[in-house]
Design a protein around this ligand. Structure first.
Ligand code: HEM
Length: 154
């Protein structure tokens, strides 16, 4: 079955299906199991809230994804490609083209900005918990650019 629209219901199916794949994955599975342990119901529910807010259909998410990922042991840039591959595969199974493209676009942008903030940006700051204006959760994309140190400008 394919969903034509991103709704609370279709996000719930996507998130459950995606994390079922993640848990079986040789690269990602152990990292998630190590961080989440017996707390999967809580993680799934948080991720449904995140995606609802990211796609501007709800405003339940409140969290700080940058700080959460800084705590994840073994997280490396190379793993983001696999995360996106599984996410896009799941979206393709479940969504019609237009809705699927919107989800994948948001996932790619968020993954890119999260990586920049975690691994490549000097002095990166944690993202603000939730942006009040846009209805979309603040992710690393929304963190203010780190100020350039005077000595770095020379
Ligand atoms: C290799 C890539 C990734 C890995 C291994 C990973 C792993 C994790 C883990 C283990 C947690 C739970 C942390 C905890 O509760 O202590 C988490 C939380 C989360 N992840 Fe990821 N993640 C990845 C990429 C992404 C991407 C690309 C997104 C968004 C598109 C994302 C969104 C989130 C959100 C919203 C949370 C909840 C943060 C909070 O506590 O509010 N993750 N991730």
């Amino acid at each position: 079955m394919q969903f034509d629209h991103v709704t609370d219901e279709s996000i719930g199916v996507l998130i459950r299906s995606f994390y079922a794949k993640v848990r079986r994955d040789a690269q990602l599975g152990p990292i998630f199991e190590g961080a989440i342990g017996n707390n999967w119901d809580n993680h799934i529910s948080k991720m449904c809230d995140f995606w609802g807010a990211a796609m501007r259909i709800s405003r339940h998410y409140s969290g700080d994804m940058l700080t959460a990922h800084r705590r994840v042991k073994g997280l490396q840039p190379a793993l983001f490609g696999r995360w996106l591959e599984l996410f896009e595969q799941t979206v393709a199974e479940l969504f019609a083209a237009e809705a699927g493209a919107a989800l994948c676009d948001r996932a790619r942008k968020t993954a890119h900005n999260l990586q920049l903030a975690l691994f490549y940006r000097r002095d990166s700051r944690p993202a603000v918990a939730v942006s009040s204006g846009s209805g979309r959760p603040a992710d690393a994309a929304d963190a203010p650019a780190a100020p350039t140190r005077p000595e770095a400008r020379a």
